[in-house]
Design a protein around this ligand. Structure first.
Ligand code: KQY
Length: 365
């Protein structure tokens, strides 16, 4: 594996859309006691269900720590590859490589990772194992790796249409804990050099109370070039209403890199989800860091789905809107089966299905 110090754009590489063909998907077996209840047992069951669904149509690689290897191997289907890899937590979207392609070959990008805000407002310390995972994964799958460790970026903070447009939020990419020395224009230039982006659509904020500083992948996602889903509530008393309305106004007045207007499909939110006392009791304190507080609102959203080659796998919360979310996604992805997975035990960790997956695009060589 080569570590590259050139730019993907100059080398003719760009980030493809998640809905283009994949080679496979990377996940990390959950283990962190302050993220996942009861020694991560419930979360592991939800991860295993998701992994079984993804592995029906693409390869799956699961990273497991030395001490969790047997658990992963026993709970996962035989066709899933389990590799030993250290990590601080289990958010493959944010710590695994972002892949770029020239249409034939793929290469990884190793961004800097600082646990969503470093010492300013990061979510745990230390994060050094997570920060090494992307490069190690490129080595595992024998793909060259671009070194952009001087730029803090998580995969969950960007969505692309594969045709030069990138969606993100100001709340996240302009946050003080990421790249405070960079202007908005300098960040756009970095996204152009690294991902081949020609147009950035900046939404203001992500889902209310999302601890990632408003990752885009919980509020808005491309479903096709020129088409996006947006997390939506009609409840004007919910603080989410003004956030989603602000996003809608920006999306409806934007054009993409190809000059197209964007068709926005509203994806209803579940009713607000709050963590219970009992769930909090299942979380263990680590290194004196606070865990969650009973009654805290969790950032539940159906937008946090994963698009595999054969399916769209969508979070479910036991809410009246679960079926409606599946129906809307099915109408937008007629060639894939939309599968709902009950994911409250993933949500308790602070993210959802998209946050724990990272696609590896298809490659010829
Ligand atoms: O949503 C994500 N991409 C990551 C969430 C991290 C939560 C840590 N508790």
């Amino acid at each position: 594996m080569r570590i590259l110090h050139t730019t993907p754009k100059n080398d003719g590489f760009y980030m493809p859309a998640e809905f283009s063909k994949h080679y496979g998907c990377i996940l990390i077996w959950p283990h962190r006691r302050d993220s996942w209840q009861n020694g991560a047992y419930a979360a592991r069951k939800a991860f295993a269900q998701l992994i079984a669904a993804i592995s029906k149509s693409e390869k799956v690689i699961v990273c497991a720590r030395y001490e969790d290897y047997d658990s992963a191997r026993e709970m996962l289907p035989p066709e899933v590859r389990v590799i030993e890899m250290s990590s601080d937590d289990s958010w493959a979207r944010d710590v695994a490589p972002t892949f770029v392609t020239d249409g034939k070959e793929i290469r990884g990008i190793d961004w800097g990772f600082n646990a969503w805000g470093g010492l300013y407002d990061g979510l745990y310390f230390p994060w050094d194992k997570d920060n090494k995972l992307a490069k190690k994964m490129c080595d595992q799958i024998d793909k060259d790796c671009y070194d952009f460790r001087d730029f803090i970026l998580e995969g969950g903070s960007i969505h692309t249409d594969g045709e030069g447009t990138l969606l993100t939020t100001e709340e996240c990419l302009l946050s003080k804990g990421r790249n405070p020395e960079m202007t908005k224009e300098a960040i756009e230039q970095k996204l152009s050099d690294t991902l081949g982006i020609k147009k950035v659509i900046w939404l203001k904020r992500g889902i209310y109370h999302d601890e990632t500083n408003g990752h885009i992948d919980n509020i808005c996602a491309f479903t096709a070039p020129g088409e996006a889903v947006l997390a939506w509530t009609d409840d004007k008393n919910d603080p989410q209403y003004a956030i989603s309305k602000g996003c809608l106004d920006i999306l409806e007045s934007s054009t993409d890199a190809a000059g197209r207007k964007i068709t926005v499909h509203k994806l209803p939110l579940p009713k607000p989800v709050h963590i219970t006392e009992e769930e909090c009791e299942g979380l263990d304190n680590m290194d004196g860091e606070p865990t969650r507080t009973a009654g805290e609102r969790l950032a539940a959203s159906y937008v946090n789905f994963y698009i595999s080659n054969g399916a769209v796998i969508c979070p479910q919360f036991g809410d009246d809107n679960d079926a409606q979310a599946v129906r809307i996604l099915q109408s937008l992805f007629p060639d894939r089966e939309v599968i709902g997975i009950y994911s409250r035990d993933i949500l308790i960790g602070g993210g959802n299905i998209h946050c724990i997956t990272q696609q590896i695009p298809y490659f010829e060589r």
